[in-house]
Design a protein around this ligand. Structure first.
Ligand code: 5GP
Ligand code: ZN
Length: 113
């Protein structure tokens, strides 16, 4: 747990969220400001500041994020969805605890712009 990290506080239950999934390594919840009808976030419980902080020690859990993200998408009826990881403020990262966006529920333009 990293002090003053919003997502660490959500994982710890110190801040509320709409939880979708939890196990000993992974936590998923609804985005507070959805960019599409379905917009979820899935995070490792371990505090990593972003994709740039992934090492061999965490790569298995990072792969698990994708597997659980797909499970959630299928359960929610999203045949089409987009997974997004932002690294750095210039790429739109605003919360510095690694998170994968799961976005769907409407047609998704590509490229995103
Ligand atoms: P980023 O821009 O860092 O890739 O994504 C951060 C995401 O976290 C944004 O989509 C934002 O809406 C979401 N978010 C920020 N604060 C909260 C919060 O307190 N609760 C939830 N559920 N989502 C949040
Ligand atoms: Zn954190």
């Amino acid at each position: 747990m990293s002090e003053n990290c919003l997502f660490c506080k959500i994982i710890a239950g110190e801040l509320p969220c709409d939880k979708l999934y939890e196990d000993d390594e992974v936590f998923a919840f609804k985005d507070i400001a959805p960019q599409a009808p379905m917009h979820y976030l899935i995070v490792p419980k371990e505090h990593l500041r972003g994709p740039e902080a992934v090492t061999e020690a965490s790569e298995r859990v990072i792969g698990k994020l994708m597997r659980i993200a797909n499970d959630i998408a299928q359960k929610e009826g999203m045949a089409n969805y987009r997974l997004v990881l932002n690294n750095g403020a210039g790429a739109g990262q605003t919360v510095f605890h690694l998170h994968m966006h799961i976005i769907g529920g409407r047609p998704l333009a590509w490229p995103p712009g």
